[in-house]
Design a protein around this ligand. Sequence first.
Ligand code: ADP
Ligand code: MG
Length: 712
Amino acid sequence: MGLDQIPVTGLKRVGPKLAERLHKLGIHRVADLLFHLPARYQDRSRLRSLGELRAGDEALVEGLIADVQIAQGRRRSLKVWLRDEPHGPGGHGAGGGLMLRFFHFSRVQLEAMRVGRRLRCFGEVRQGPQTLEMVHPEVQHRLEGDDDKGDIGTAVDAPLTPIYPSTEGLQQISWRALTDQALALLSAHPDALMDLVPPEIVAPLGLPALHEAIQRVHRPPADAQVQALVERTHPACLRLAFDEMLAHQLALRRLRQERRQLTAAPLAGKGHLRSRLLAQLPFALTSAQRRVADEISRDMAGTRPMMRLLQGDVGSGKTVVAALTAVQAIECGRQVALMAPTELLAEQHLKSIGGWLGPLGIQVAWLSGRHKGAERGGILVDIASGDAGVVVGTHALFQAEVRFAELGLVIIDEQHRFGVHQRMALREKGAGEGRLPHQLIMTATPIPRSLAMALYADLDLSVIDEPPPGRGAVTTAAVPDSRREEVIERVRRACAAGRQAYWVCTLVEESEALQAQAAEDAAADLHERLQGLRIGLVHGRVKAAERGPIMAAFAAGELDLLVATTVIEVGVDVPDASLIIIENPERLGLAQLHQLRGRVGRGPVESYCLLLYHAPLTAPARERLDILRRETSGFAIADADLKMRGAGEVLGTRQAGMAAFRLADPLRDKELVQAAQCGADLLLEDDSPAGIEGVTALIHRWLGEREDYGQV
Ligand code: ADP
Ligand code: MG
């Protein structure tokens, strides 16, 4: 029986509970385990000296215990100071120190921590209040001259330890045990896992066979090219990345083919609403806007459902294109759903689109999570009756109780924030008997056109490649946070001169609570130092009902300074804001920084972006900030990002929706993207039952239950 058929419960120690956890990750069969690939590796092949450690490193270190303390404080903790050995890897012992911190520790562990002892440990280095720290590292005690006896911890120095994507309650050690079993089955029965990519496609690439690639990626041999594996440029990684890209490409092409079988109501109209809208705009469209609006308009007039991606840098003016598209549908008696990733942005669309369409007699409704009871009921009635021509909202629009009278067009802003499933749910709403609403997806993700065409092979692409005229330049400078006072002074002067400013607090932690706290602290501090200024605060924990008025006040010039988390990242449009301070920019990817900076430079005055970094910067972080200072176009930034990215650096694009890949990185492996496109052409030519089945199996292997990837 093939490994594609054997359920994971066939493995040892996989009971119903574990099986259920695995199912949640889409792992049902043994083969699924083989394709559950390490997200990364911990490089434990090199012992680092304490002196060379930097915050953020994951490192294997060895040192002598210099001091041990139990701190009582708010949380009892064990603190252990390590120092480089006199003749250790650090050289002369003049090197660095490191503090290990344990919040949970047993008596045995405590007793083993004796001054003068040698300790080897692995963990993540953080900047503590006094010195670099490791919190709960994996520890191995080393006794003089004898590595085996007296060890308390576990062996921490296996060369390349795979780290698997996981879920709550599943330890890395379980993943290793599970994949061990699957790999053993594979080597005992090589025929049980079919290579679904024909040799004529793989051979020219010079990449290893599937089996070999799988074994290596899961269990890198001791002599493996460590760096290549970590950076994912090893041939074994590339082979799997290729298969994955091919599977995606096939899935997207199939989606496109399937969509071609469907029909949509042609929404041509005579264009009178469009003319009235244009006549009333305070500006003329750029030629790029005119071009994309025409492309979209032509699609909508067709009998196939439009599925178009509108790409345009921040501030390039996508909203007005959306409005033009909307009125075309409305003129044909259809409704439009416009979705934004956050309430804040939905509200902003309500304002701008409502402002343009209201005078044309079109009702623009807003459905938000905060609408409750009778108010909500009333809005739902307006939507169901068709009175509301445009409905703006967040994912609240997906709820089953939201019924449209005649939904003809769905516009999705910043699509990467939307889950595929949500997009599908919305699509269903208009899809009766093989009919789909037209769809327009807007994104500011600046990826090169060729790549966009590969990544969104199921979509047609329109690009706004020219900013509206009359934009003031944005001057960008990097300033160390030791000069925070000066920066605050700068804010004071700008606001005194009638300008408005953003102060953005960033935290690398995902936790909304921590982000919110950082913003609150910063706001309190700025309040104190900038007395007399009107300061607003928005973050993820400020209730939507309060956030709206704060944003509105800022937009209306009633606030001078807006302190915010990255919630303001996308879309917010306040043309009079001309100064933005970004704290800890070194923690963000380039794409995100570019998005943030796009909040200023929207009006005619010269704008400034100050990147308030925390020294010392790593070389790649410095380079990133340099790129940002030099370049203003999103595409140029994406390009530079691409050229410089090395291992371990946060990818801006990851946040921008390309994280759907397990292993492949289409930005890095450009040649593989092309090869996958050609491979897909070749495979789809074969319309024999076996050929079709093979394609289905390959898609299933890599996308599993996520076969709907890319579907909108
Ligand atoms: P984004 O593409 O980032 O969504 P917006 O649609 O928010 O950009 O547009 C940014 C700003 O530029 C808005 O204030 C908008 O009114 C203005 N704008 C859009 N098109 C033009 C144009 N052709 N001429 C002048 N200003 C424009
Ligand atoms: Mg926008």
